[in-house]
Design a protein around this ligand. Sequence first.
Ligand code: AHQ
Length: 255
Amino acid sequence: MTHNSRAWSHEEFEQRLREQGKAYHIYHPFNVMLNDGHATPEQIRGWVANRFSYQAAIPLKDAAVLANCDDRLVRQEWIQRILDHDGYNINGKKDEGGIEAWIQLGLAVGLSREEIIDFRHVTPGVRYAVDAYVNFARTRPWQESVCASLTELFAPAIHKQRLATWPEHYPWIDTKGLSYFRNRVAQARRDVEHGLNITLNYFRTREQQEKALDILKFKLDVLWQMNDAMALRYGLPDQLPAQPRPTTPRESIIS
Ligand code: AHQ
């Protein structure tokens, strides 16, 4: 930790945030298995059912950010995230929302609505990681939760990877079930633009900027841990090389 060094410029700070992408869960063997076409239907159903617990928690996390945020203009933007996921019916304008789209993905891979929404398939490791993220947002300054959401810097790539590979590898999945990923590419880009601007301007000293990197690493660990738990529960193909995770150690973010 280099507390007394000069602060990074916005460009340098953004570069350091983006460099953390090498530890994004796109590189996790479970995700590689999914997007390389080596997943069985049972592994895919397990992934969709477990990741539903993360998707369903995002509005709770975002509501916690709103509850902690005293900046009306930030709230005006941030509330869109809840509408994106929960859906809405405002003055006759309706949108089913991302959580319903994820349930449609579940139906497309052969799960029932009931077994998706009752979380019966969610493993303890996934539940624990999701709860850690929601509790982080409830207990930390809202700006820190904004910083944690910046794993979405890397999300368009993973959504586009699924859209590009699943139809070919898993023709048994109705492509209407992939609409969540189609919608999320543009939403993630919009969210990142907003979150990055807040992050670059809030974490000003070098020590604060280093803390921001640790917060991002915490959230990268949340996503990585979900994949670890699913790999343990649903297995990995033998031929997948065990790859060491390309990450740097992080300080505790609970200060
Ligand atoms: O579908 C995802 C989503 O709505 C969000 C919100 C955002 C946040 O606030 O932390 N992160 C996130 C992510 C979503 N999908 C993940 C995936 O791999 O499908 C990626 C994840 C993220 O990068 O944080």
